[in-house]
Design a protein around this ligand. Sequence first.
Ligand SMILES: [Zn+2]
Length: 236
Amino acid sequence: MLGHSHATSGALAWAGAAAALPLSILTFPVAQAGHIGTVDLVMGTFLTAGAALLPDADHPSGTISHVLGPVSHAACKVISEVSGGHRHATHSFAFVIAVTAGTWAGEHWLHRWFTLALVFFLLALAVRALNLCPPGDGIRSYGTIVILAGAGTFAMDQWISDKPSWLPFAVGLGSLAHLAGDCLTDRGCRLFWPFKLRTRIPLVDRTGNKLETWILSPLFVLGTCALLWYTIIHHP
Ligand SMILES: [Zn+2]
């Protein structure tokens, strides 16, 4: 699947979860009786969109690898080696649990700096995947990503709490949406890694097809907007 399909499916999953699930699930594992306001809902939408790119950290030529130039490329190469190649360890339920727990732990032990760094990184991924920057590998592309993600982080810094209780959920949900998308392709995913079983329901025949760009992604965006609107109207 293409980066923008993953990102928009992540946004849709977040909006759907916010509309359908009780607050205690959204804020798990903190499970505080807090309030998720409209601003949190909107921030969560962008951050879940970015998180939906995370599993492809095992892909040295994927979206995530090109997000911050040579730095992210080198990191993706290492992750690819360690995780056993594309669509192995990072495309499993174990990975979803690891990133969810990692976000929770980072928020709790490293506090606000961790939260803001994660916000910046997830926004950078979303900017890249949604093609909001010039294409290619040049400094124009990275520069635009850094400026847009930096501006977004600066804006969120005004509103986001030190330890947003919904952030671990958003990161896990984004990764889960990615796995669901990849399971619809020919190659499938090893959801139960380290077991060898491969899960696949091949509906999308080839990555990069027009169906994703002109039908799937626009529908996901429309669905996200509709669900957010519904949630904001019904849970003010
Ligand atoms: Zn993938």
